[in-house]
Design a protein around this ligand. Structure first.
Ligand code: ADP
Length: 267
């Protein structure tokens, strides 16, 4: 707290009363802390890809350089990947600031979740053929009311994380099941896992787990914050169960067709 004192005087200048101002600075400190976390995470996330792009581009551009076609291609692929990473970061920053400013505009339709899940898994298999992915979906999965693009965004983030935080031979399982009024989708991995004390905070903006292995993986701590906002805007929940060094399961629920959410949710 910050305390300031002032004195109330009479017309003749004699002290009559004292006023003590007690100002609670907790919120200011939290905002300041968030601002500096934001700056350090974002500058690190910008610096790394820019350094890689600059390094590869300047060696390729040297007039005296002699590279074979394979080397040129691999460097161009690396440049493209780093540009994608920058693009994703800027996209996530805009997404997160839109959520803060206006909530999420939703385009709700009746959705065949099985098709969406299988489509996302197909994309992952094409992009990362060495990742072992299994899909468990019961017959006659009920239709959910949801925004297709946003649910794809949630699945994309969870699948990317499952691979990213599995340093060796990623094994990913996507499962859907029904409990009462809800349909649940879960994405499990056999990766590095998350300590219990961190499990609640990982859904906060810019929160990244302190473990060195996690810190050395690219990321700005925005993906799960966006997933949570999207799922909650559907009237659902998102949570994690995880054991350190064994793996994690991220699950989210969506209401079944008859429990349609409002088309627009403001936070
Ligand atoms: P990031 O871009 O940093 O991956 P996220 O919001 O998606 O941001 O995740 C927040 C943090 O939660 C990550 O930095 C990571 O430490 C941890 N995390 C997320 N998913 C997993 C996972 N599947 N396994 C282990 N840690 C995870």
């Amino acid at each position: 707290v910050a305390v300031t004192a002032s004195c109330v005087r009479s017309a003749r200048g004699e002290p009559m009363n004292g006023i003590l101002h007690v100002h609670d600075l907790t919120r200011e400190h939290q905002q300041e802390e968030q601002r500096s976390t934001f700056i350090s995470v974002i500058s690190h996330e910008l610096q790394t890809p820019i350094a890689i792009i600059k390094g590869y581009a300047s060696t390729l551009a040297r007039t005296d350089a002699r590279f074979d076609a394979k080397t040129i291609r691999s460097r161009l692929v690396a440049i493209e990947e780093e540009a994608d990473r920058l693009n994703k970061l800027v996209g996530n920053l805009l997404y997160a600031s839109r959520i803060q400013a206006n909530g999420l505009q939703m385009d709700i339709t009746a959705l065949d979740l099985e098709r969406v899940v299988r489509g996302m898994v197909r994309r992952l298999r094409a992009k990362a053929p060495d990742v072992q992915v299994s899909v468990l979906i019961p017959e006659h999965l009920p239709v959910v009311m949801a925004d297709r693009e946003r649910i794809e965004e949630v699945l994309q983030n969870l699948l990317d994380n499952a691979v990213k935080y599995s340093p060796r031979h990623p094994e990913v399982t996507v499962a859907c099941y029904v409990t009462g009024e809800e349909v649940i989708v879960s994405v499990s991995d056999t990766g590095m896992g998350i300590a219990l004390r961190e499990q609640e905070q990982i859904f906060d903006r810019f929160h990244r787990v302190g473990e060195p292995l996690s810190q050395s993986t690219p990321g700005a701590g925005l993906g799960l914050y966006i997933c949570k906002a999207i799922v909650e805007a559907h009237g659902g929940r998102i949570w994690v169960e995880s054991t350190l060094r064994q793996g994690s399961t991220f699950s989210f629920s969506l209401p079944r067709e008859e429990k349609a959410p409002l088309p627009m949710v403001v936070f």
